[in-house]
Design a protein around this ligand. Sequence first.
Ligand code: F6R
Length: 366
Amino acid sequence: EKAGFDHFMLKEIYEQPKAYRDTMGSRIDPTGKKVVMNELKMTNEYIKSIQQVHIVACGTAYHAGMVGKSIIEKLARIPVETDVASEYRYRSPIITPNTLVVVVSQSGETADTLAALREAKRCGARVVAVTNVVGSSVAREADDVIVTWAGPEIAVASTKAYTSQLIAFYLFGLYLAQTLGTQDEAYIADVVAELKQLPEKVEQILEHAEVIKECAEQIATHNNLFFIGRGIDYAVVLEGSLKLKEISYIHSEAYPSGELKHGTLALIEEGIPVIALATQPDLFEKTVSNIKEVKARGAYVFGIHTTGETELGKAVDQMLEIPQTIPLLSPALSVIPLQLLAYYASLARGNDVDKPRNLAKSVTVE
Ligand code: F6R
């Protein structure tokens, strides 16, 4: 059942190249230059009327939604807000018929997410569900459904469902951009070409899992650590931090790199591990200076960056390289080492990786 892997989580991490390919599947036009989404019932006229997008989800799916915000804003130039589903209904969100609400749920059964969907519909919004389960409650009640073809996810800690949600957001973001004309055709073709290369690049990262395992064993001896990142990297470190907490029970916090000096820097002491994600070229210099701030206070820094960045290499204690892609697509690669880090840290601590304490795979109570 685990296909030779020690745990479902590891199996599911290694299934990601396939999950990416299956989720892209027939949604990429045979010319390879644009996206087709035949499952969407929304008209082009409707798409042109969208004034704002709300992305609502819980946990890991919420973190995918944070990346989704960057994707939709960058590609389609529509303002996007993200909300944790258990908060959404209670803040009187401004939902109008011109609001597109995107709910994200692997199981499609999360009670808070379903309640948010119903509230959105009650207010007259159109709802798109991004879900891994065909026929789930969320899929049945939404106006449109984008299925992530990750296949069944058994481990409590979500991995391939998260990355498939990212792929769904790339496809949907491109589709909106094509319809709205917010990006030229050549750029869209470039993004599509890069998307198609992601599965192979994930395979390259997985081939170097040994290096990440060593880092994880080092981290597993600590009780506290930090993740830092800027922009889209911040959304990814939030997910890396959740994954680590969830299965290794090591406390960590994810911070936007530039925010550390507004308080949290007080917690940086000799030997504390800091995992710094730096994949965005336009933010690179600033991130390096944030790394120097924590280094100067004794932190031990693991830097995750794309190949060819020597500047960072000099600033950190250990480097983990990921293959190059366009900056917007980097989350689909950079999260892989963070998943492996959580997995191996949990293993090093002798925890039940697939069934962490106090947690359930599907949360059907509010
Ligand atoms: C973390 C994790 C949870 C879920 C959350 C939402 O690894 O799996 O945070 O992401 O409970 O679940 P779904 O996506 O089924 O709505």
